[in-house]
Design a binder for this molecule. Structure first.
Ligand SMILES: [Zn+2]
Length: 338
């Protein structure tokens, strides 16, 4: 079985290789930070690494193997999400932050003996969502780690974490896949028809996790199309209508982020279209509208919108009121006659 098969991850050879080298040298660090864009597979890689750290199916069960075996009892428990020595922490859907209580629970679990394996593994998904108290509390664990504890953190942007945390973790950066890597994987492993695989691979913009979601959730593509069509009309509507839409989008901050990501891809495409590079655009099924609008908007306005969108996303990360941030963005939008 190849490395790629046993880790069951599409692409990301370099980060997997880096982790295998630390295992081969028997130099597992106390903490790792997986970084890279949303939906790229950070949590998946953290889970596979945790599975390998806990796997007892290697030649010597006392020594961590280089790849997960996927068949031993420990591997099967991790894959089923019920290994007693693997603990996953993330922000609760109804909360704004990962809270100090969650980090304290981690600390008391890490102080006790492992139940089954050779170590306790903790995954902190979206580590940038810890509030200041929780982050400072986690620092204590990073400064005086228990010998058998491994922490795996994920974040889209390491700059969002405290420098004192960054200095105590090994960073594992993950990069976008090519659309042909995604297309091939969709065809071979998910049995998607060639034409649909081409569209999804283009829209995924390098993010395998998004592609898999699009395959598994039939509504996702239809919803994306409806949202894009609405966003495409915004330059033609009145200020009052724009503010209405800003209010609707900002009501749910997770949803606001998803809409902004979609919108950013749209305006990046607009820059490409305005520069006669329509064939490089991601939204392959909307190229007619892109071409028409780009001719009216022009390169510099399109580039200004990309910057405005990035600034809005940054403002949301810094907990600026979502409605205010989106209203400012609506004022930034170019105005076109309908
Ligand atoms: Zn195993």
């Amino acid at each position: 079985m190849t490395t790629q098969q046993s880790w069951n991850i599409v692409g990301h050879e370099h980060p997997i290789d880096l982790l295998r080298r630390t295992l081969a040298a028997q130099q597992v660090r106390h903490a790792y930070l997986f970084t890279g864009p949303e939906h790229i597979g950070k949590a998946l890689l953290a889970h596979r690494f945790a599975q390998t750290l806990l796997c007892t199916g290697g030649p010597d069960p006392r020594i961590t193997p280089l790849n997960p075996c996927n068949t031993c009892l420990s591997c099967r428990k991790v894959l089923h999400g019920n290994h007693p020595d693997l603990h996953v922490i993330s922000r609760a859907p109804d909360k704004q932050f990962i809270l100090i209580e969650q980090v304290r629970a981690l600390q008391s679990a890490s102080a006790r003996k492992t139940l089954e394996g050779r170590r306790n593994v903790f995954i902190i998904q979206g580590a940038h969502e810890m509030n200041m108290q929780a982050a400072n509390c986690l620092l204590k664990t990073l400064e005086e780690p228990e010998p058998d504890v491994v922490l795996l953190l994920t974040t889209p942007d390491p700059g969002l974490l405290l420098p004192t945390i960054l200095s105590r973790v090994q960073q594992v950066s993950m990069h976008l896949l090519t659309s042909s890597q995604i297309k091939t994987a969709l065809e071979q492993q998910w049995e998607v028809e060639a034409e649909e695989a081409t569209l999804i691979a283009a829209l995924a913009a390098g993010r395998m996790g998004w592609a898999v979601q699009a395959v598994e959730d039939d509504d996702l593509l239809a919803e994306r199309k409806a949202q894009l069509e609405a966003l495409a009309k915004l330059p033609m509507v009145s200020k009052v209508q724009r503010f209405d839409i800003a209010q609707r989008i900002s009501a749910d901050s997770d949803k606001a982020r998803a809409v902004l990501e979609l919108w950013l891809l749209w305006w990046r495409d607009m820059v490409l279209a305005a520069n006669d590079c329509l064939d490089l655009t991601v939204n392959v099924d909307m190229r007619n509208i892109l071409k028409q609008q780009a001719a009216r908007v022009g390169t510099s306005e399109a580039e200004r919108m990309v910057r405005a969108l990035l600034a809005t996303m940054e403002a949301l990360d810094q907990n600026v009121n979502p409605r205010t941030a989106l209203e400012v963005l609506m004022l930034d939008l170019p105005k076109l006659a309908s």
